[in-house]
Write a protein that binds this ligand. Sequence first.
Ligand SMILES: [Ca+2]
Length: 46
Amino acid sequence: MVTAADTVIALEMAVGDVAAVKEADMNGDGKVTSLDALMILQTATS
Ligand SMILES: [Ca+2]
């Protein structure tokens, strides 16, 4: 299950504070960015 807390983790991946995992790459472009974090947030709140 995706939660709003996962958005924070994804943002940490986007800035390089945490090692990125492929599960956080929501749009499949090969990297975790703030866009992926936004998509995670939308999933968590829908
Ligand atoms: Ca991505």
